[in-house]
Structures are given as C-alpha cells and as structure tokens.
Design a protein around this ligand. Structure first.
Ligand code: 5GP
Ligand code: ZN
Length: 111
C-alpha cells in the first residue's frame, strides 16, 4: 500500500501524533496554516469522506469527536473543520482526512 497516511497510521513514516482513538489518529499537518492545524484520519483507508460515510459512518462521527477533544484540550475558542473532496477542492492526499484549524481568526469564504 503506497498511501502516505496509511504509512503514518502504521508508524512507517514519522508524524507528530497528538491524539488517537480506537478508530482514528490525529497528527500535526506538515505545513500548518494556523497555530493549530491537525489532520484527523481514519485508521482504515478510504479515499475520501464520501466513501468513509458510505462504508463506515461511525468513523465520521469519531473524527469530529476527536477534533472537539483536541480543540477543548487546547482551549480553542473556535475552530474550523474541513474535508477537501476531489482535486478541484484541493484534496491532495487520497486517504480521507479532517483538517482541524484554530488558534487564529479565520476568514470566510476560504480561498
Ligand atoms: P488535502 O490537500 O488533501 O486536503 O490535505 C493534505 C494535507 O496533508 C496538507 O495540508 C499537507 O500539508 C499535509 N501533508 C502532506 N504530506 C504530509 C506529510 O508527509 N506529513 C504530514 N504530517 N502532513 C502532510
Ligand atoms: Zn490510506
């Protein structure tokens, strides 16, 4: 399996892991766009969140619960959670991942 995030989940490739649940792993984004920029990924491989929701909906909830836990533990007053789906939306790694962004004022709409 040549998937980058599968390799991070299996510890084949190092990452700064910040939290974990039975179903998901959270690690710092290598190119942070905010003081908190964490990627929360299912341990099992799905190419995007639609596939994940179809096959394993409980894990979608788990990703958001882990995001909330990390945000609370850091005392974030607000945060943004984002799934990019498809290259046109900016998805570059085709293993479903929830971006958790916070620690600064975030603007809307995003670029
Ligand atoms: P996407 O563009 O697919 O929504 O998000 C992929 C994210 O993965 C990007 O924010 C990018 O900075 C991050 N990323 C890419 N390669 C690595 C890596 O090797 N390690 C970590 N921790 N993050 C990565
Ligand atoms: Zn994968």
């Amino acid at each position: 399996m040549s998937c980058l995030f599968c390799k991070i989940v299996s510890l084949e490739i190092p990452a700064e892991i910040v939290a974990e649940s039975e179903l998901s792993v959270a690690f710092n984004d290598i190119s942070p766009q905010a003081p908190t920029h964490v990627l929360i990924v299912p341990k099992k491989h799905f190419p995007n969140v639609a596939e994940l929701a179809n096959n394993n909906p409980a894990t979608v909830a788990d990703l958001f619960l882990l995001a909330e836990e990390i945000a609370k533990s850091r005392g974030l007053v607000g945060y943004r959670t984002v799934f990019n789906t498809g290259a046109e939306a900016g998805q570059s790694v085709f293993h479903a991942h929830l971006h958790l962004l916070g620690g600064r004022s975030l603007h809307w709409p995003p670029g």
